[in-house]
Design a protein around this ligand. Structure first.
Ligand code: OGA
Ligand code: MN
Length: 400
């Protein structure tokens, strides 16, 4: 990696590039690595083809692993990028799950933190008509689904530790890092989110998503991966994800998997320190990223969501529906045209990302005293969604 250990005006190299890409207009993105046309620092990476049967790949909605492409990035051992390995029609299943099923209780979402439980039981049901009718006007009120920022699955974070700061941040619509007092308002920072998994706050992890994750992990050489926690992130063209490290999991020898759907984004992969300049890359619909080994604990962020490169309302890989004959044991299911129509409308201006983690090593338990992973861990992850206040308030962005 280009270890540019620069600090200008007290700003670390990662943050400088975060701001650069966040503000850049979409026509000038030379230098962003594109794995659909790989060059320079990119090399082909080997997959473990024999670890996943073609049948299991099909069941998960994936092409046979022998047909996948996989890439590594110079300077980032353990980082694997797999450009869209999904079978035609299959991404739609995961999109629909993220909007219709995984948003349901007992999963936890950002809206739960400041809305009464009865208002968040059926986000899909409450939003679908509004979404379906929605025109192109930016002035229409946002449906609940459009206000959704994240959902957690499996082991959930213990949000109770800093509820006030978190709620205030949500209300402000932006999150600040290095911040003890919630009202500090320097724009564009990330907020230091307390992230501890709670042993006593666990709900069943969706079995279809666990199956998909197991196949992808196995293809990357990680047999026996257990999907125990997931964060689903929901982005619009004005959202970004702050600079952070995912270190709350107890077993860092297991990979972190990331799946992207809908509109594209720029992903920044940095070093072990924020002073190291990150590498920028595109993530398009269907792309999978694996962070493992040395790359498991690197700083990363999503400064920007961009229209898909084809310039169509939806990426072309989402055009097709599922074939009528699905394999025996398929975890991917048919959905109605009506449901897809709602998803498609949502995705015209949105991106969904699922990150899947194994929290505990095989046989490991949470430390008993706290019920959380509180022992010996650096427990901060600055995260999560920031919204560009320009877009929110329709004012010029002043944070350059
Ligand atoms: C995360 C994360 C990346 C993305 O949720 O921890 O890094 O592309 N997400 O949304
Ligand atoms: Mn992350």
């Amino acid at each position: 990696m280009a270890a540019a250990l620069t600090r200008e005006g007290g700003e670390d190299a990662f943050r400088r590039l975060f701001r650069f890409y966040r503000q850049r207009d979409a026509s000038d993105l030379r230098g962003v690595v594109d794995f659909s046309a790989p060059g320079g620092q990119v090399f082909k990476s080997q997959l473990s083809i024999s670890s996943v049967s073609d049948q299991d790949a099909y069941r998960a909605g994936l092409r046979p692993v022998s047909q996948w492409k996989a890439y590594g990035l110079n300077g980032y051992p353990g980082f694997i990028f797999i450009p869209n390995p999904f079978l035609p029609g299959c991404q739609r299943h995961w999109v629909k799950q993220c909007l219709k099923l995984y948003t349901q209780k007992p999963n936890v979402c950002n809206l739960d933190l400041h809305m009464s439980p009865e208002k968040t039981v059926d986000l899909w049901g409450q939003s679908k008509e509004q979404l379906r009718r929605k025109g192109s006007s930016k002035w229409e009120p946002r449906s609940l689904l459009e206000k959704l920022r994240w959902v957690t699955l499996g082991y959930h974070y213990n949000w109770d530790t800093k509820p006030c700061i978190y709620q205030v941040s949500l209300l402000l619509g932006r999150l600040n890092k290095n911040l003890v007092i919630p009202f500090q308002s320097s724009q564009n920072h990330s907020w230091e989110r307390e992230k501890k998994y709670s042993a006593n706050h666990h709900t069943p992890f969706p079995s279809d998503l666990a199956f998909l994750s197991e196949q992808v992990a196995a293809a990357c050489g990680f047999r026996g991966f257990q999907a125990q926690a997931g964060i689903l992130n929901y982005y619009h063209f004005d959202s970004s994800l702050g600079i952070h490290v995912d270190e709350s999991e107890l077993d860092h020898s297991r990979p972190l998997l990331s799946f992207s759907f809908g509109q594209s984004s720029i992903f920044l992969l940095g070093g072990l320190k924020r002073e190291e300049a990150p590498t920028a890359m595109f993530m398009h619909s269907g792309d999978i990223m694996v962070m493992s080994g040395f790359s498991r604990l690197l700083y990363h962020a999503v400064p920007r969501v961009l229209p898909n490169p084809e310039g169509t309302a939806l990426p072309l890989c989402l055009d097709q529906g599922l074939p009528s004959d699905l394999p025996v044991g398929s975890v991917v299911e048919h959905s109605s045209d009506e449901d897809w129509h709602v998803c498609a409308k949502y995705l015209q201006s949105s991106r969904i990302n699922m990150t899947i983690r194994q929290v505990l090593a095989e046989g490991q338990k949470f430390p008993e005293d706290s019920g959380t992973n509180g022992k010996g861990q650096a427990l901060s992850e600055d995260s999560h969604h920031q919204e560009n206040s320009r877009a929110k308030r329709h004012k010029p962005n002043t944070d350059s």
